[in-house]
Design a protein around this ligand. Sequence first.
Ligand code: PEP
Ligand code: MN
Length: 366
Amino acid sequence: MAPKKVELDIAPLLSWFPVPGKIPVIAGPCSAETYDQVMEDAKAIAALGQVGIYRSGVWKPRTRPNSFEGNGILALEWLLEVRRVTGLLTAVEVANTEHVEDALKFGVDILWIGARTSVNPFSVQEIADSLKGVDVPVMVKNPINPDINLWIGALERINQAGIKKMAAIHRGFNNYESSHYRNSPRWEIPIQLMTAIPNIPLINDPSHITGNRELVPAVAQKALNLGMHGLMIETHPDPVNAWSDADQQVTPETLGKIIQDLTIRMSESKDREMLDRLIHLRRVIDSIDEELLQILAKRLKVIEEIGEHKKDHNITIFQLERWSEILNTRSELAEKLSLDTEFVKRIMSEIHKESIQIQTDMLKEK
Ligand code: PEP
Ligand code: MN
């Protein structure tokens, strides 16, 4: 079920997110590996003139032990240098109070909570408590499991700590089935988030969704088509040899091309004629939807009459032959009307389910 609307006091994205280019972009390596790698990446990113924020993991949550787990405080010093040399703001992932304290001590500009942390309300609350009285923007990645309320809850906890400069990051959800994405995007979930918290800025992370640099541009474009507000993309001067997430990182040069090729869609337009036409077409849709619902209500009334009839004559509710006939004839009609037959079958199944429910309830009545 879609979550209810949540009122959060959130500052506009552009009040804290610098946008030197066409859209809000955060870029940088998965991990800060060495001073030279961090600086080379940052200088090349800054030179694009398209990126406002430099990201880098300095504490890395790794699935298995004995992998590279980040350079910690040493890397925070490199990030200070990044800001001094390039003017880019810096962002790191924090997973506990100590990370928050260290990041703030070293003047990191923006914090984000990773997907393995936003899944745990205790950890999120601990981070929220350590942020009380601090004015730092915080971004919250979706939890690894597809639970919209957990994501909303994490945003609420941070907001209740007094943080208004916030954004949500969509990085996809754990896949248990095989998929060509590393993390399934489940687009309906960020859409639900935008519906539940209409003022939350939403950043898409195509790097962690795809796990594959070839697929990054298409996912980034899709996010913008859906009205997401910005992108977080992992870059590395030598992606193939990156110490973490080597398959998904792109060079800063490729990032430049990806951004250049993006089509920016506005959620609103100031063109009067275009707006008038849109308003007109939306009115047409409104009245068609009204008709659709009235017809549906009429159909369900007849279902009730049939239910009475079946009850009076002790006939079973579900009749396989009749259901097959409905599916076949409606599919044929769908084809004649150039409608997708699978789509029509899905709608008919939903209507049939509701009809059976109505008749089942009737049989329970004495
Ligand atoms: C990351 O941004 O490098 C990271 C660890 O991401 P996530 O929390 O989305 O897995
Ligand atoms: Mn990563």
